[in-house]
Design a protein around this ligand. Structure first.
Ligand code: ADP
Ligand code: MG
Length: 741
């Protein structure tokens, strides 16, 4: 008998094991049995050949009457044709081969009996099976096997040319026969509660189901294995994290936070109040907070973050705000400075009595300014430090770092959060991660399973809604002309507009691929499949080209500026300031404006080649307009054909502004692995059957069960089978992490 961890050669022999290793990277018995079929085909009954209907998927038992090969007429290669008979009717089997001789001509010698599976088609009046699967009866299995064979579902594995599905199935059969599972990975109690079958049963059921009900039972059970091991691991991690200590930062009565609240020019929304209350309590604890704050673009996350930072400053700690781009860091710096007013101007003229100091630290700062900022952070003079990746560098020191706020999580990895954590002196800092890409609950539970979540579901009152329309440039070119007219009208009314392009332009291919952060980002968002699903076959429109064209043509007379990631940081800042100050009417830009930029007077956003952007990205982009009291308008210009998936995606974006609905659409269009893989290494390999959207309920239950189990038995002493499964998961995670780095 073999166990999961045993090398495959023990059960299928050296040769087959080597082939599986090289073709599919499968090495152990567990690897192979975790390689699930992609789908199942019904073999159909043994059929008498006369009654075959075109289109049917059949397995016939028949005898070869004759066989011949001939070279193909128009291409290289060989056609091998065999005629099989059941004594009455005949059927042609057709195979296309690469070489000059087809091995099947030998195998299918007249008189040979076999089982042939395939779909019936018709060619020149003759019914045929093209490339049928077959197994010859003369050469092995008995007649009893033949009956079994015809009744079963055919598992179809993701195969390669060296390793056809057929051969994988044979190896799986051997492995299943010799597998011994001394300990079921799922606790017996749990299995009983949810009516789940045993592990061995499930493996047999997924690889060799008798019928579809059998397969469904197996899948249900194996999904539990995936969800449960993951949730147990996350529960263990949360438990371990609770062992870390942090300096408690309880709120004080007459501090900066109280003054800030008193001066706030608006009422907090209910969501902001709830999130703030959660955070206030968590910061007061002597365990580090680990919280995700998610909420629509414009839902007011920054205010919640400022309140958290002020609470920490009141408790004599420091807070850092980490932004994904230079533009955003600067904008945060400006807007937080203005929101804090005198409260953030310690040591400056007009600063309040017990004010704190706001310090900006970015990569592009001059040496002197940088030295000053470093000093303020290290001495503790700066209560709040705002910056980019530059904050992660070794020489950045803090006097007493109490809180790390990460804006727009998806551009920072776990490792970067950890780098900042290291900078806290005593214990660990509290961590607040903000994201405007709403994350479906199940993704939050799996990818961010070690974080608590607060959600802002409403926008501040008085916010005018954004109107979104698709502009079909190919079918209705005059709509595009109308688009530019709309911009002129808005500008005439004193407003401003963004025009977003997927590409910077004026670049070499190398630039496009790697060197530029913003352009690289937008293109990398879409894989080839997405890009081809409706995008026109020309290079995507570029900022530099379009800006020049518009300035001389459709938008002549308006003040048109350009913005992209390849501008010098100083220039970026200048352009952004000019736009914010109303000194530019139109900003032609890449997705650098995607995150967080706040110009309330901008009311129109035109997105060119909109099909090149993902759903979430479009949603983020349009969040840049309609931030003031004037309604926002977003126009998605596309040449994608009406029926294409790309157009459907755009129509979806136009039809709702509910970020949660859109994030589900986004998730549904991507594969699980992409979602998980980009967010956190390792999960990709561990989720095979679980669908984050469809299995929400199961994942939720698995989480509850896992929390309960881990609380009672953190080291899983009572569940050796489960402990092994969790260990395997950790190994997978580590392996894919190593691959990445
Ligand atoms: P985001 O969640 O996208 O980061 P911001 O924090 O940038 O949103 O907030 C968007 C705008 O809404 C800012 O100008 C902010 O001052 C304003 N704002 C935040 N909360 C409220 C509120 N409760 N009422 C009115 N305006 C608010
Ligand atoms: Mg923001």
């Amino acid at each position: 008998m073999a166990v999961h961890a045993d090398p495959l050669r023990l059960v299928i022999g050296d040769k087959a094991a080597k082939r599986l290793a090289s073709a599919l990277d499968l090495h152990t018995v567990g690897d192979l049995l975790g390689y699930y079929p992609r789908r199942y085909d019904k073999r159909g009954e043994l059929t008498d050949l006369v009654s075959l209907r075109e289109g049917d998927y059949v397995t016939v038992q028949a005898e070869v009457a004759r066989v011949s090969s001939r070279p193909m007429r128009n291409r290289r290669g060989t056609i091998c044709e065999a005629t099989v008979t059941d004594g009455r009717g005949t059927l042609t089997l057709t195979f296309f081969g690469r070489g000059r001789q087809d091995f099947r001509e030998k195998e299918l010698a007249p008189g040979t009996r076999g089982l042939f599976s395939g779909q019936v088609s018709s060619f020149r009046g003759k019914r045929q099976l093209t490339h049928p699967d077959y197994e010859l009866l003369g050469t092995g299995p008995s007649a009893a096997r033949a009956a079994e064979y015809a009744a079963e579902l055919i598992p179809v594995y993701p195969a390669t040319s060296q390793m056809p599905s057929w051969k994988i199935a044979d190896s799986v059969r051997l492995a299943l026969h010799s597998l011994d599972v001394p300990e079921d990975p799922l606790p017996g109690e749990l299995r009983k509660r949810y009516g789940l079958c045993g592990y061995l049963d499930a493996l047999r059921g997924i690889h060799r189901p008798v019928d579809f009900a059998d397969k469904d039972r197996a899948v249900e059970r194996l999904k539990w294995d995936e969800a449960f091991a993951l949730q147990v691991l996350l529960a263990q991690r949360r438990l371990a994290a609770a062992d870390y200590t942090a300096v408690p930062r309880p709120p004080v009565e007459n501090g900066l936070l109280a003054e800030f609240d008193a001066a706030l020019p608006f009422e907090l929304t209910a969501g902001q109040r709830q999130a703030s209350a959660d955070i206030t309590a968590a910061l007061a604890s002597d365990h580090p907070m680990n919280r995700l704050l998610q909420g629509e673009v414009g839902s007011g996350k920054t205010v919640v973050a400022i309140r958290a930072m002020l609470q920490v400053v009141d408790a004599v700690g420091q807070a850092v705000l980490l932004a994904p781009t230079e533009v955003l860091a600067q904008q945060h710096y400006r807007s937080i400075s203005s929101l804090l007013g005198p409260l953030g101007m310690a040591g400056q003229l007009g600063g309040a009595d017990h004010a704190t100091r706001l310090t900006l630290l970015t990569g592009s700062m001059g040496a002197a300014a940088r030295r000053k900022a470093l000093l303020e952070a290290a001495s503790g003079a700066a209560g709040i430090v705002i910056g980019t990746h530059a904050l992660l560098e070794d020489r950045v020191q803090f006097a007493d770092l109490g809180l790390v706020v990460v804006d727009e999580q998806h551009r920072f990895g776990v490792e970067q959060r950890d780098a900042l954590r290291e900078k806290a002196g005593e214990g660990r800092p509290h961590v607040l991660v903000m994201t405007a890409t709403p994350i479906p609950r199940t993704v939050a539970m799996t990818v961010f399973g070690d974080l608590d979540v607060s959600t802002l579901t409403e926008l501040p009152a008085g916010r005018a809604p954004i109107d979104t329309h698709v502009v079909p440039a190919a079918e209705r070119p005059h709509y595009v002309a109308r688009t530019w007219e709309r911009i002129r009208e808005e500008v005439a009314a004193g407003r401003q507009a963004y025009v977003v392009c997927p590409r910077i332009g004026d670049e070499t291919e190398a630039h496009l691929r790697g060197a530029d952060e913003s352009a690289g980002y937008s293109l990398a968002q879409l894989d080839d499949e997405d890009r081809l699903d409706g995008a026109p076959a020309r290079p995507p429109l570029a900022v530099v080209d379009l800006a020049a064209q518009l300035a001389e043509g459709e938008l002549a007379g308006l003040r048109v500026g350009i913005m992209h990631g390849r501008l010098a940081p100083d220039d970026k800042d200048k352009v952004m300031l000019a736009f914010a100050d109303g000194k530019l009417d139109v900003l032609v830009t890449t997705t650098v404006v995607e995150v967080g930029v706040d110009v309330p007077n901008a009311t129109v956003m035109v997105i060119m080649d909109a099909e090149r952007f993902g759903v979430s990205q479009l949603h983020q982009l349009r969040g840049r307009v309609g931030r003031g009291s004037h309604g926002g308008l977003c126009l998605l210009v596309t040449e994608a054909a009406e029926e294409s998936p790309a157009r459907e995606r755009l129509t979806a974006v136009a039809s709702t502004t509910d970020g949660f609905v859109l994030s589900r659409i986004d998730l549904a269009q991507r594969r699980e692995g992409d979602v998980l893989g980009t967010a956190q290494a390792g999960r990709k390999s561990s989720l095979r059957l679980l669908r984050l959207l469809d299995d929400e309920e199961l994942i939720g239950r698995a989480r509850e069960e896992a929390v309960e189990l881990v609380a009672a038995d953190p080291a899983l002493f009572s569940q050796p089978g489960l402990a092994a499964a969790v260990r395997l998961l950790v190994e997978h995670e580590r392996a894919s992490f190593l691959e990445k780095s």
